[in-house]
Write a protein that binds this ligand. Structure first.
Ligand SMILES: Cc1cc2nc3c(=O)[nH]c(=O)nc-3n(C[C@H](O)[C@H](O)[C@H](O)COP(=O)(O)OP(=O)(O)OC[C@H]3O[C@@H](n4cnc5c(N)ncnc54)[C@H](O)[C@@H]3O)c2cc1C
Length: 99
């Protein structure tokens, strides 16, 4: 897909649905690639699932295993985030304003 924000030049836009381990790894792997990365997630946070049991057993606070996706990708210049459902194409741009 052509990136309209660059005036229709041929810089590709890579859209990743899901900010889990797979989606974040893919976004980071493209940090130096000549592409614009858009990551869409229905939540505005990444959840570290392997430690869910620690929260369930009151060993950790919930915010210890969840981090805002915007914070994780803050330093990645070619990445933007959308908070929304990738299935329904009802994405709300949340760059700098994730709730
Ligand atoms: C309790 C628990 C313990 C675990 N322990 C381990 C472990 O010790 N070691 C290990 O290797 N693995 C472990 N796993 C498995 C590991 O967490 C998963 O394999 C891994 O999270 C999968 O990564 P993923 O990126 O494919 O999906 P996920 O991490 O599930 O991420 C998917 C993301 O996509 C988003 N999403 C989904 N559908 C849509 C949509 N339609 N639109 C927008 N966003 C969407 C979700 O909100 C989510 O953020 C554990 C899992 C659980 C639940």
């Amino acid at each position: 897909m052509l990136n309209r924000s660059t005036g229709g030049t041929a810089r590709p836009r890579v859209v990743i649905v899901g900010g889990g381990f797979g989606g974040l790894s893919a976004a980071r792997a493209l940090a130096r690639a000549p592409v614009d990365v858009t990551l869409i997630d229905r939540h505005n946070y990444h959840l570290f699932q392997p430690l869910l049991y620690q929260v369930a057993t009151a060993g950790l606070a919930p915010n210890s295993i969840a981090a805002p996706i915007r914070a994780i990708l803050r330093r990645q210049a070619n990445a933007s985030r959308y908070h929304g459902d990738g299935d329904r194409n009802r994405c709300r741009q949340s760059v700098g304003a994730d709730r």
